[in-house]
Write a protein that binds this ligand. Structure first.
Ligand code: FAD
Length: 210
């Protein structure tokens, strides 16, 4: 592997785990990863009054999720993936678009009608590393001892413990040692086989997300 300064590191085993940038790295050794960058916009909302014990809430009607921040603000995220915005992960607008804010604030106000003086504090945008079935690739590749752990499609953080276990198992033993983490589900070859990984418990309206 060649670093930015031109130096090289030799390794018997390599795991590509570079988020959406994994596709470019793997392409360098002839491995095609079906990854795209989907821009996601996040709002931070000041509720206008201190509110206690707000749970993490997934609103499957408004297709939003809400989470309390330590600052007292509420983080409002998007679960509507009907019109994904594909972007260049190195060049995309880093704050929310006015039209998005208007729609998201309307949905938020509908779900939390009792808040006085609610106001938008700030916003930002980031990129999901999305696969065609919105599930990750945690897999060996056609290149011997080259593994991939990428394509978490917006839900990699909460499953990271299981991901770590599976990556370690693949590298050491070539298969999962955990009955609840079937390695075959996350194999890269499922896309070429037209056998997407589909959730047995999909959230209506949120597509394949989660
Ligand atoms: C707005 C937003 C909200 C999210 N909300 C949630 C959530 O509520 N729950 C949840 O579970 N997940 C959520 N996620 C998804 C979660 O953040 C990702 O799934 C997770 O961060 C993926 O981790 P990763 O380590 O695979 O990739 P990344 O976090 O993308 O890390 C990849 C790293 O590789 C580095 N890299 C890139 N190219 C190279 C290179 N050539 N050489 C060396 N290093 C390189 C990058 O700098 C980066 O540090 C959210 C994501 C976004 C954008």
């Amino acid at each position: 592997m060649e670093l930015a300064d031109g130096s090289r590191i030799a390794a018997g085993t390599v795991v590509v785990a570079a988020g959406v940038w994994s596709a470019g790295l793997a392409a360098g050794v002839g491995v095609d990863l079906p990854l795209r960058a989907q821009r996601e916009q996040i709002l931070l909302v000041a509720p206008g009054a201190p509110i206690k014990n707000v749970p993490v809430l997934s609103d499957l009607v408004g297709l939003q999720y809400v989470r309390p921040e330590r600052s007292g603000e509420l983080l409002v995220g998007n679960s509507d993936h009907s019109r994904p915005q594909w972007v260049d992960p190195d060049a995309y607008p880093g704050t929310a678009d006015p039209q998005y804010v208007e729609r998201a604030v309307g949905r938020f106000a509908h779900r939390f009608p009792g808040l006085p003086g609610v106001a938008l504090s700030s916003s930002y945008a980031g990129c999901y590393d999305v696969t065609p079935d919105y599930n990750p690739i945690i897999s060996a590749t056609p290149v011997d001892r080259l593994f991939v752990a990428a394509g978490f499609s917006g839900h990699g953080f909460k499953i990271s413990v299981a991901v770590g276990e599976l990556v370690a198992d693949l590298v050491v033993d070539g298969d999962s040692s955990h009955p609840l983490i079937p390695a075959a589900d996350f194999r890269l070859s499922r896309f070429a086989e037209n056998a997407p990984l589909v959730s047995p418990h999909p959230y209506a309206g949120a597509g394949q997300m989660r």
